[in-house]
Design a binder for this molecule. Structure first.
Ligand code: SAM
Length: 272
């Protein structure tokens, strides 16, 4: 195992004060970081994409677990610290400077990969939506292990008939399994954010036959766009949707949040 200085020394040496604009809340607790790196399972020789390594706390834990890491970071100030980390694990860390939202991850990785990231909320949700969208399935990624605000994590794993249930839950569950893997107290971060966090782990599952991802997205967008309204109102602009509800025996007086993921899939299949 490489002999590395404590993270707080690394931060001080490279003057890495956390930038609010970049959503920086760093993790320093090595034990916690090891536990996060263990969530995806054995990483020995696995290709891992880490988005937003910052000063490299999680990156260290991933390297220690035996992963080959590609890390995308947009804050130039972090690059010297990451270079030092790469020197301690020769040939195992590739650092890409840039905005992860503008990079084609599949092309960058060129092989099946796992994703592990502690990202700012808005970037995390945008990437999560992107990783879970599209017609091609299974995806090139093998698993996603991502830190979110606790409230967002609850929306991802929510079940039908709960207040947190919506588009994000359907997107995360219709052809994947998403679980809340760990809660992380706000005090674990420097500086501490205002709210609690949680780590979501996603494994891709089977794509249901005969369903277009675009159609499912269209139906959930319409249904949850007016979540307080009955389906006969919220889906009235989706061609043939009301006919399909009748054929499937789904009461048009129900509201979106009462429909299970399976029922959304059945509607999208009948419309696809
Ligand atoms: N992974 C580190 C940790 O756990 O201590 C840092 C986490 S901090 C919450 C988020 C990191 O993501 C920051 O280093 C920030 O500069 C970086 N970041 C923010 N937006 C990004 C983007 N669009 N692409 C790549 N990195 C980004």
């Amino acid at each position: 195992m490489a002999d590395l200085p404590p993270l707080r020394e690394v931060i001080a040496k490279h003057r890495l004060s956390a930038s609010k604009a970049l959503g920086q809340n760093f993790l320093f607790d090595a034990q916690l970081l090891d536990r996060i790196a263990a969530i995806p399972g054995d990483l020995q020789d696995n290709a891992v994409l880490e988005v937003g390594p910052g000063p490299g706390g999680l990156t260290r834990a991933l390297l220690k677990a035996g992963a080959r890491v590609t890390a995308i970071e947009m804050d130039k100030r972090c690059l010297p610290a990451l270079t030092e980390l790469g020197d301690a694990y020769p040939g195992r860390l590739r650092v890409i400077e840039g905005d992860a939202l503008k990079i084609d991850h599949n092309e960058l990785m060129g092989e099946p990969y796992r994703v592990v990231a502690n990202l700012p909320y808005n970037v995390g949700t945008a990437l999560f939506t992107r990783w879970l969208s599209g017609e091609g399935w299974p995806p090139q990624w093998i698993s996603l292990t991502l830190m979110f605000q606790h409230e967002v994590a609850q929306r991802i794993v929510a079940e039908a008939d709960s207040g947190a249930y919506g588009r994000l839950a359907v997107l995360a569950q219709w052809r994947s399994s998403a679980k809340l893997a760990m809660k992380v107290h706000r005090s674990a971060f420097t500086p501490p954010p205002k709210v609690m966090s949680a780590i979501i782990h996603v494994d891709p599952g089977e794509m249901p036959d005969g369903v277009s991802a675009r159609m499912l997205e269209r139906v959930t967008q319409a249904a949850f766009g007016q979540r307080r309204k009955m389906l006969r109102q919220s889906l009235k602009d989706v061609p043939r949707a009301l006919e399909v509800l009748a054929a499937l025996g789904i009461d048009p007086q129900r509201r979106a949040e009462t429909l299970s993921v399976g029922e959304f899939v059945a509607i999208a299949r009948a419309l696809s």
